[in-house]
Design a protein around this ligand. Structure first.
Ligand code: EPU
Length: 341
């Protein structure tokens, strides 16, 4: 039976570095650990929160009645291999970036654009992590999870995961119902498909004088771009993009373009357009702004920062002010990407 610790500081377990207290805390390393916790009735008595890398949560209060479960299920296992591709199953508690580096080392293609994203493998499908033109759904094969009520294992095919932009069944219909244990990926071994069309990737590759594309070169380019724009959570508390990029109707976009001719856009379909939240926030004057111990990152307006000695509530208050000014200026409601607890 996993040890249940009492009154533990969650400071090391959230990348915003907020010092909130968990009434109960435990680490799971195997599926058996999960079964035991469920059989002891612990998930029924207490509100349970599963954390991976803690890189997508904003803690705003102490949680005396909660059980925080840190998922540390490990393992990277090749299940099938052909000359062309590989099916690999990865424990939910593996560090995401370390797994991507493992893929680069073995020359398995598909996840290189997702280098340096903080967090764990198990948290990645929750919000269908994405960057530089690639989303995890592009090479995810399945998600294994344990039902918190029945303790049964369920395998979700990619289709059953209902992936959308930063969305999945685990954030919607099946919210709080499952503990993700392992994730399967199908990755290329030959004929890798490189995605270098997004933003500055091509430019960085040229600066790196790369003529022959390799997985490592793409990964290095992504790492270099991320390091130049996004703060390292180990140094500066943050949870990556705080808001989602909003989708608006073509009509609204056309109207906004009259007032703001430079408004950037990414087409989605014939009815909708995505606009970068970072641009909206920057236009409202928030970029680089500091409010007490929190603020908006100077190099990427979508990232909110905790400079230390602040509270999660301060970030939430800042986020609400930003939301309001974006509504006032553009009539667009920004949705939070980060999970507020
Ligand atoms: N922009 C600004 N001001 C800024 C930053 C960006 O105006 O301060 C505008 C520019 O027009 C730029 C556009 O926003 O061309 C897009 O910026 P960027 O490429 O940096 O991407 P993003 O849309 O702001 C998304 C993801 C990031 C991911 C990048 C790269 C979301 C919510 N965020 O950000 O994901 O790394 O694309 O693919 O979709 C995360 O989820 O934590 C995250 C960092």
């Amino acid at each position: 039976m996993p040890v249940i610790d009492k009154n533990i500081s969650l400071l090391p377990f959230n990348t915003f570095h907020f010092d909130c207290l968990a009434g109960h805390f435990t680490i799971i390393q195997t599926e058996e650990d999960i079964h035991q916790i469920i059989q002891q009735g612990l998930l029924k008595d207490k509100q349970a929160i599963i954390v991976g890398g803690g890189s997508n949560i904003l803690l705003t209060k102490d949680l005396p009645l909660h059980l925080i479960i840190k998922n540390e299920i490990k393992g990277i296992q090749v299940l099938q291999e052909t000359p062309d591709d590989v099916l690999v199953e990865v424990g939910a508690g593996e560090n995401w970036h370390e797994f991507v580096m493992h893929c680069i080392q073995y020359d398995w293609g598909g996840l290189e654009n997702l280098s340096l994203i903080p967090g764990t493998v198990g948290a990645a499908p929750m919000q269908n992590i994405g960057a530089y033109g690639v989303e995890i759904k592009d090479c995810l094969a399945y998600v294994k999870a344990i039902d918190k009520e029945s303790t049964e294992e369920k395998i979700f095919s990619k289709e059953q995961c209902n992936f959308g932009y930063r969305e999945s069944i685990f954030k919607k219909e099946a919210k709080d119902q499952y503990i993700i244990t392992r994730v399967g990926f199908r990755l290329s071994k030959t004929n890798h498909v490189f995605h270098v069309g997004y933003g500055a990737i091509q430019q960085v590759l040229s600066e790196m004088k790369i003529n022959n594309l390799t997985l490592r070169a793409v990964s290095d380019a992504v790492i270099s771009i991320r390091k130049s724009k996004l703060p390292d959570p180990a140094v500066l508390g943050n949870a990556g993009s705080f808001f989602k990029n909003p989708e608006i109707s073509i009509e609204q976009y056309n109207q906004l373009q009259i007032l703001f001719p430079n408004i950037p856009s990414f087409p989605i379909n014939e009815y909708k357009i995505k606009v970068p939240a970072a641009w909206l926030i920057e236009q409202c004057g928030w970029k680089g702004k500091k409010v007490g111990n929190v603020g908006v990152h100077a190099h990427q307006a979508l990232v909110l920062i905790h400079y230390g000695n602040g509270k999660g509530e301060d970030v939430l208050m800042l986020a609400k002010q930003i939301q309001q000014s974006v509504i006032d200026t553009f009539n667009i409601t920004l949705q939070m990407e980060v999970n507020v607890i």
